[in-house]
Ligand binder design. Structure first.
Ligand code: ATP
Length: 532
């Protein structure tokens, strides 16, 4: 039986508890001690003996409670980690500093056709075409994306060091190697999370006025068959919006395929997006391969992190925007497709245009319609709702009961700057729920690093001073006085943005699916002329 003892944080208290156990003739298989808690696995202890043991142990000064538990914290974490690793479709291999395998997930075992037991303690270099341990040792066990063959496939390898989290002792004990399939990085995100894919805008949580307004605007723009640019800091939900916009569009019966422009080297990104012709390069498949633009014909292509696109690919993409045609890598045939693009970036594209890091002509093509998602610190009223949602989801995934949020934790969540926005909150709460042994989450469960804590004060200051959003439409203008005024502001902006690209009331009427007299009236009302 496994038990948890709750008590004071007193020197020698564990020793005294152990003495009681020895006197009771109980042997311990496993012992873990944290501040205020002692966890023990005592095989000989059965349920009827628990009370007698509790009475004996409570005689130790400072021990307040003894209760049965199903798993020791490290056992639980190991099982959770195993469950997470098993659910990953890409091979993951952990090694020690000498390059011997310490852990593998099922995807790795499958590709290497060896069981977990056979792989454990096996030298990783013997499984790879080119040895990597020395390289890892020289690079402090961290390497960015590198092409690497594993089994019969080529992957993009990414390695992260395993370090102790103690600030004074950052010893590296090995590395985690993640082998990603290039095709999967570029391909449909929707394949990874079909639950979200079917929920559209309802998957986007947020009850603040600013979020309600942005969702309403995004829903309207979804129906307009023109390029959409989604701006916002990292983790604010740009991909979620992109997916929802596709689902609400007339293209929703067709594909939604995505390319993360930052995840791949230029040549791979090019062949993912535009495909390649037969014989384009030595390892090219016979007959070539269509890229995302061809595969998504009549659907939507989501270009995530568009600000990271190389100048060469910016030029190639611009050509596609100009006439809807492109050539596969190494190909001569012009290919024409009907694809709507939704792009996203956390970079300041306009600034990149002025510093010549992003092509101005491409920027205007991408930016026909746009939405700007505010960072989480500008909508802290949404935090309790989001936190509850992520805790419930983590508990469901881990199959435990959802813990409640203590008032202190809620205060911390509200005052934290959230530089990684909603993704960061989701990850921190997942970690907190998986480590929580109680049914209430406390600030300590969030395990914020010191650097993370520093941003707490910053968030408060920003929020209370200048950064707070004053209006759902534009942070720099005064809020509308009425719904009618807000609607008019929206209409005016919509028509001003669209008219240069669809410069006739008939063309505009066609894409907005209204009568051309309605459009003519609006253009007159808002004094929008062809030059605008
Ligand atoms: N409003 C929201 N409601 C519920 N979940 C959200 C919301 N916004 C974001 N998320 C969740 O946060 C995570 C990050 O969202 P997403 O990937 O869409 O952000 P992003 O802005 O595209 O990030 P990046 O710029 O880093 O690519 C996802 O798991 C997403 O489901």
């Amino acid at each position: 039986m496994r038990v948890q003892l709750t008590g004071d944080n007193r020197l020698g208290i564990t020793q005294e508890v152990l003495t009681v156990l020895v006197k009771s003739g109980l042997d311990i298989r496993n012992l873990e001690v944290t501040t205020h808690y002692i966890y023990m696995d005592i095989p000989a202890l059965k349920k009827p003996g628990l009370k007698a043991l509790a009475d004996a142990v409570k005689k130790v000064s400072g021990i307040h409670d003894v209760s049965a538990i199903d798993l020791l914290p490290t056992e639980r974490r190991r099982l959770q980690l195993h469950a997470v690793l098993s659910s990953l479709p890409d091979p993951v291999i952990a090694i020690d500093t000498q390059g011997f395998i310490t852990q593998t997930n099922e995807a790795a075992q499958e590709i290497l056709q060896k069981s977990e037991a056979k792989l454990r303690c096996f030298p990783l270099d013997k499984l790879l075409n080119s040895p990597i341990t020395e390289l890892l040792q020289q690079a402090a066990f961290q390497i960015p994306e590198t092409e690497m063959a594993l089994g019969a496939e080529t992957f993009l390898l990414h390695a992260e060091p395993i370090t102790s989290r103690d600030k004074n002792d950052t010893e590296i004990s090995g590395s985690v190697l993640i082998f990603q399939r290039p095709a999967r990085i570029g391909r449909a995100f929707s394949a990874l999370d079909t639950r979200q894919a079917t929920r559209g805008f309802s998957a986007i949580l947020g009850d603040t006025d600013v979020m309600k307004h942005i969702k309403a605007k995004a829903l309207r723009l979804s129906k307009v068959d023109a390029p959409l640019l989604i701006l916002g800091e990292t983790g604010t939900g740009k991909e979620l919006f992109a997916r929802a916009a596709h689902e609400a569009s007339n293209r929703n019966k067709h594909s939604f395929l995505a390319l993360n422009c930052a995840a791949l080297p230029e040549n791979l990104a090019e062949s993912e997006l535009f495909g390649y012709a037969s014989g384009a390069f030595t390892s090219a498949a016979k007959g070539g391969k269509p890229g995302l633009l061809e595969l998504a014909d009549t659907g939507t292509v989501f270009l995530d992190e568009i600000g990271e696109l190389s100048p060469y690919l910016q030029a190639k993409l611009l050509r596609f925007f100009q006439d809807g045609t492109f050539r596969r890598v190494g190909g001569t045939k012009e290919i024409k497709v009907d694809v709507r693009t939704i792009s996203a970036t956390n970079r300041d594209l306009e600034k990149m245009v002025t510093t010549k890091k992003f092509r101005e002509d491409l920027f205007y093509r991408l930016n026909v319609l746009s939405i700007n998602i505010p960072p989480l610190r500008h909508r802290i009223e949404d935090i309790p709702l989001l936190a509850k949602h992520f805790i419930a989801r983590a508990a469901q995934q881990i199959r435990c009961q959802a813990p409640k949020i203590s008032p202190e934790l809620l205060e911390l969540l509200n005052s934290y700057a959230w530089p990684g926005n909603i993704r960061q909150m989701e990850n921190l709460l997942f970690r907190a729920v998986s480590l929580c042994d109680d049914n209430i989450l406390h600030p300590r469960d969030l395990e914020l690093h010191d650097q993370e804590k520093e941003t707490i004060g910053a968030a408060k200051n920003n929020y209370l001073t200048s950064e707070k959003i004053s209006t759902p439409t534009n942070p720099n203008t005064a809020p509308p006085h009425s719904y009618k005024e807000a609607l008019e502001n929206f209409e005016k902006k919509l028509f001003s943005e669209l008219y240069p690209h669809y410069p006739s009331s008939r063309k505009l009427a066609h894409i907005l699916n209204v009568s051309h007299t309605t459009i003519a009236d609006k253009l007159r009302k808002y004094k929008i002329k062809p030059s605008e």
